[in-house]
Ligand binder design. Sequence first.
Ligand code: ADP
Ligand code: MG
Length: 630
Amino acid sequence: MSKDTSADKSTGVEIKFSDLALDKALLKILDEVGYEKPSPIQAQTIPLLLEGRDIIGQAQTGTGKTAAFALPLINNLDLKQKDPQLLVLAPTRELAIQVAEAFQKYATYMKGFHVLPVYGGADYSGQIRALKRGVHVVVGTPGRVMDHIRKGTLKLGNLKALVLDEADEMLRMGFIDDVEWILEQTPDDRQIALFSATMPTQIRRIATKYLNEPEQITIKVKTATAETIRQRFWPVSGLHKLDALTRILEAEEFDGMIIFVRTKNSTVELADKLAARGYAAAALNGDIAQNQRERTIKNLKSGKVDIIVATDVAARGLDVERISHVVNYDVPHDTESYIHRIGRTGRAGREGDAILFVAPREKRMLNSIERATRKSIERMELPSTEVINDKRIDKFKQRITDTLANEDLALFSQLVEQYEQEHNVPSIEIAAALAQLLQGDIPLLLQNKPQRKSRDDWDREDRGRRDRPARDRSERSERERPPRRERQQRDTALDEGLDRYRIEVGHDHQVKPGNIVGAIANEADIESKYIGRISIYDDHSTVDLPEGMPKELLYTLKKVWVSGQQLKISLDDKGKKSKSEKPQSSDESSSDKRKPGKHHPVISRDKKKGQSSSDDKKGKLSLKKRVRKK
Ligand code: ADP
Ligand code: MG
């Protein structure tokens, strides 16, 4: 079967998820999360792991390794059997949680599926209870996994498969002996998948010693970017990506633009948002019918459409002269797709611009790209409020000039003159009133400074990775943090201007307030300071959000995943009255930190023409008004 895969690759035949002999329940969720097709490592790894082969996968960050092992190994589980069948070792708690969440997500439609993350710093009792109840998959850091094996709370007798994720990272962090010890505790006939970005000799040694005729899969990287493309990156912090994009769109001189996102769903979402802001934008993804796709591309060529929001697949090979800018709104899977993406501009020696949004945790990808392309990518500053406002004022004046030049204004001149006489109001004031009418709810000018964190913040966050070893090491030496923060009861009264919502994720899912704030802030474009109190209960939580949340926004939030659960947000019917039920523990942030200010949230959901950005001051005040209008 591996032969087939490589043959397919060499003949350039597209592999689809549906070609991979995966359970229908898995194909269904893949379709829902909007993965268009397997990434290269997935296409090669999944068939082998399904067959029960051992593999060594060498590929960089962001290449989709989690799904590469999670999908086939979930597929091979016997859900009726309750002893752990699969153990995944990851170097840090963050990664362990991430991988466990991914498992939970991919197994959405696998009835009765259970995955448990185990890591230091969390108390044992919850983990032990869950292990007793029975889990199919355990994802853990080596130290804590060892502890559980020693305590007898984690039994590996029925283990079918073991994954070593980021093996080189585990080596670097000094976990290699632990990993080897754990390997020794597993049954001889278990399947092993080892993933690593690099292959130091110690990792090779482990592979040779423990893996059974492994197939090696290496995802190589092409390196060629045109000299004529100017490459910049924007460190994502503070401002939302959508606001940053809006600023860039307003300030950059562009002709045609292609914006890359990760999923099919995001192509549509983002294209809609841009259209609502007055841009001629269209989505392009593999689900869109061929003739419609061709029409979109024709529209881009002819100038009917200026911006295309696309997935990698849909935009492959796209050759449109007009494309002056490529924006990597979501970081690409690998350096190779970055090279493909930015190759959509600067064609045939023309000049082009490529902009990459990089979140702190994606900084490794930025480094990989720079290494692979052997070019440095310059850091860009977002256009300032002043620059944006100057542009807007120029545009406003230009509209007046154009209207004066091109339209017949006789009737309106007459009406203004009448009004002037009847009300004794100078025409300058009448003009101002008309301008306000024209502008509507959306302010002409941005009022806030971009809320960017300082450079230092972005750079500091980047150090996260290097900071982690210390924490995970302390886990090994059993220097645990106190089991849980002090449990302080908190007044659950609802502040004015807020509604209380219920979300279906709680302590049972190891959720932290930060996960909730992050998800809501990112998915709903609500600045975190406007997200009110969060109270976490066992199987659900409540969160206070500003009154008048638009329906479609709530709809979006229903589907958002946090700690492996969909939020399924709903108005908490106990709402304002609920004071009886007390949370069992409070969040980690102090309650006043989560107490929102007087303002309404800054929500950028404008269906109107015109360009508003969520940092428009007036925009937030008019949220309610706009909601009512719909
Ligand atoms: P790695 O472990 O190689 O660093 P991950 O498994 O964390 O990469 O995947 C990186 C991101 O890519 C995740 O957000 C994941 O949801 C997404 N992803 C994985 N596979 C696909 C796919 N086939 N299509 C689209 N997105 C994908
Ligand atoms: Mg990974």
